[in-house]
Design a protein around this ligand. Structure first.
Ligand code: TYD
Length: 136
């Protein structure tokens, strides 16, 4: 699994920093259709535990830090997100689990489609079966 980090352009001045996201040059086909963010998290309450059949997302920890485990059914890797100008691509058919949220964590996600519960795979065994059926 090649996890892809996206560098977001940070515009720095003595007034502070600004990141503007219109389109992602590394991912020309990625069109932002939804933005959501997670906050008031708890260090001991991991989230996620699902994969998407067809949704691609980019996760950015715009404040604080957290860990995210990515699992494509063959390889698992944990990444630390702690920079507001660094995104991590959550590709379709990648199981993900977010954990170890700092108290001040704000976890922002850009998604290329609107919310659709039928796109979720929330059962890990089902996810593994689908991965194996796609590439036996
Ligand atoms: P869920 O994706 O299960 O959260 P997490 O993976 O972070 O644990 O979503 C939690 C709830 O929020 C669930 O009831 C679905 C709802 N939800 C929306 O209504 N719209 C959205 O865009 C998202 C991401 C979730």
């Amino acid at each position: 699994m090649i996890a892809k980090y996206i560098d977001l352009n940070e515009i720095k001045s003595d007034k502070g920093s600004l990141v503007a996201i219109e389109n992602i040059s590394d991912m020309p086909n990625f069109e932002i259709k939804r933005v959501y963010y997670i906050y008031n998290t708890s260090k001991n309450e991991p989230r996620g535990f699902h994969a998407h059949k067809d949704l691609t997302q980019i996760a950015i920890c715009i404040n604080g830090s957290c860990n995210i485990l990515l699992d494509d059914g063959k390889t698992k890797r944990t990444f630390k997100l702690n920079k507001p100008n660094k995104g991590l691509v959550l590709d379709k058919m990648v199981w993900h689990e977010m954990s170890d949220f700092s108290d001040d964590c704000v976890f922002l996600v850009l998604a290329d489609n609107i919310y659709d519960e039928s796109d979720y795979i929330r059962d890990y065994d089902d996810f593994i079966e689908r991965v194996h059926n796609a590439s036996p």
